[in-house]
Design a protein around this ligand. Structure first.
Ligand SMILES: [Zn+2]
Length: 212
């Protein structure tokens, strides 16, 4: 949404959502092939991929991958971190629907990873316990890179540290999903589930899949 048309109050935002839903309901009878699938999806789903992405408003996964209703099983959490509920969600989709692919999707300019980098550079940074729990899950990815960057006593290049931390954080989430439970380990070891990492570039719109 362009900045000059953004709602100024919660009530205005609520109205926009209500209007949007009214358009959605109207569109249910239009010939859009995506919408034609809706009835068959009421009782079943067969997503082609599971995506663990960041909550960031600029990275809506269905739009980024040009997929429609029922195509993606999406888990979004700030910093695309892995906690038990994310592992459980992946297990659910992989076992119930037989989905064969998991993509951990990080992105450039990630606010959650930035918060973690800032907390390391500036230790007196204070976050709420809830946000801190997310930062703590990202921290191991950033910590080693930060230690390496500061080892020679020079100033840390925060932008470079952020970029490298975003990749490291994606790789860590991939590893944590692969080994997060016996069920997921069995599926990945037997070749029934592929878990890959990727990064979305806000500037270009391109998704770069990371080498495993
Ligand atoms: Zn993010």
């Amino acid at each position: 949404m362009p900045t000059d048309t953004r709602p100024q109050t919660g009530q205005e935002a609520l109205e926009l959502l209500k209007e949007g839903n009214a358009r959605y309901v109207d569109s249910l009878t239009n010939p859009d092939p995506c919408m034609q699938r809706r009835p068959e999806l009421i009782s079943n789903q067969d997503p082609l991929a599971i995506i663990l992405g960041c909550s960031d408003a600029r990275v809506p996964v269905e739009i980024v991958f040009d997929q429609g209703l029922g195509d993606l099983f999406v888990i979004r959490v700030a910093g695309n971190v892995v906690a038990p509920s994310q592992i459980g969600s992946v297990e659910f989709a992989a076992e119930k629907f037989g989905t064969k692919l998991v993509v951990v999707l990080g992105h450039s300019h990630c606010g959650a990873v930035t918060a973690c980098v800032e907390a390391l550079i500036n230790p007196e940074q204070n976050y709420s316990p809830n946000l801190q729990s997310i930062v703590d899950r990202i921290r191991p990815s950033v910590y080693n890179l930060h230690e390496l960057a500061t080892a020679n006593g020079q100033d840390v290049d925060a932008d470079e540290l952020l970029d490298r931390s975003i990749s490291a954080n994606v790789r860590m989430s991939v590893s944590q999903l692969k080994h997060g439970s016996r069920a997921l380990e069995d599926l990945t070891n037997s070749g029934q589930l592929l878990v890959v990492g990727a990064e979305y570039d806000l500037e270009t719109g391109k998704v770069l899949f990371l080498e495993s």
